[in-house]
Design a protein around this ligand. Structure first.
Ligand code: AN0
Ligand code: CP
Length: 327
């Protein structure tokens, strides 16, 4: 594998899942692959899980790891070509990327949607420049439109906990005070459909996602109806995708304009009661009593910690495949 930005990069998803479960059992058996190889992990945004689990995964594989927080210690980077650089940005991405490529065998990039231009975000302007100019294999550690390491870990977790062959998996929007990317729900929808689950997505009007990512899922605007009989509930907030509201928090940015009781979407006992004793999932970090109540996240069906643990496994499986295909 040369690049990992999308579910399709895994090829046969069932084979990838089988491989991941094998990696989980034998996570230190592949150290020969990473000897004298360096993983460079570049963060334009904050992270707890991705930062730790991806380093751990690379180290399991015998690699050296270098972590760079671009906004804490590196030069401020210009990303637009043609700009007269007389402002606060000391270096251009077009030099910085090939320089970083000199020190790495594999590069991971975290670069969230900036919400300045929907076109730039959905064309993955930053990630695609790493692919173009670094000369190295590149994987996404959550970029503007997707978080494929998270979604892969989530599907591994569902496979480990499902009690029926084709579970009903419901992804629900839930409130948040910020303006969050669509990356996590985009990838989760895509992976869950690719895994063959019955996928239902529920959200208030105005929070429709990009249909290229949700194809194959059912959209149900009535949250209680969506939750009926669910085997897994995946909570997540995201900002609006539609052009006129792109990147906006509709509750905060358009007060009173939508006829919606936003806070009623917080996932609690009322919604979980109509499910098939569903497992609760969330990628973390989570805002308690906004996204989900204390009782549900602490309850016996919560999978938030196993999901985080499986981030090591999804990352190791992906990096292993990249190492196997290095020139
Ligand atoms: C980010 C998001 O929603 O995309 C990262 C999640 C893994 N979350 C926040 O910024 C809170
Ligand atoms: N789930 C996830 O990617 O968490 P971090 O943002 O902490 O890396």
């Amino acid at each position: 594998m040369r690049y990992y930005t999308n579910v399709s990069d895994l090829g046969d998803l069932q084979a990838a899942l089988t491989e991941a479960l094998e990696v989980k059992k034998h996570r230190y058996d592949y150290q020969h692959l990473g000897k004298n190889k360096t993983a460079l992990l570049i963060f334009f945004n904050n992270s707890l899980r991705t930062r730790l689990s991806t380093q751990k995964a690379a180290q399991n594989l015998g690699m050296n790891t270098i972590v760079l927080d671009v906004n804490a210690g590196a030069w401020k980077l210009e990303t637009e070509r043609g700009v007269v650089m007389d402002g606060d940005k000391a270096e251009h991405l077009l030099e910085a990327i090939p320089v970083m490529g000199c020190y790495a065998d594999i590069i991971g990039v975290r670069s969230f949607a900036r919400f300045e231009s929907k076109k730039d975000d959905y064309e993955e302007k930053i990630l695609s420049q790493f692919i173009k100019y670094s000369g190295k294999p590149v994987f996404s550690m959550e970029c503007a439109t997707g978080h494929p390491l998270q979604a892969f870990a989530d599907i591994i977790t569902i496979e480990e906990h499902k009690e029926v062959k084709r579970p009903k998996v419901v992804m629900s929007w839930a409130p948040h005070p910020g303006r969050l990317p669509q990356a996590v729900p985009n990838s989760f929808a895509q992976f869950a459909v690719a895994a063959g689950y019955e996928v239902v997505i529920t959200h208030p009007h105005g929070y429709e996602l990009d249909p290229r990512f949700t194809a194959g899922a059912t959209i149900e605007y009535d949250q209680m109806k969506a939750f009926e009989g669910a085997d897994f509930v995946y909570g997540k907030n995201w900002s609006a995708f539609q052009d006129e509201f792109y990147g906006k928090n509709l509750e905060k940015d358009f007060p009173g304009q939508f006829n919606e009781d936003w806070r009623s979407w917080t996932i609690g006992a009322r919604q979980m009661a109509v499910t098939n004793y569903a497992h609760f999932m969330h990628c973390l970090p989570v805002r308690r009593n906004m996204i989900v109540t204390d009782d549900v996240i602490e309850g016996p069906r919560s999978l938030v910690i196993p999901e985080a643990a499986n981030r090591e496994i999804s990352a190791e499986t992906v990096i292993k495949r990249m190492l196997e295909d290095l020139d």
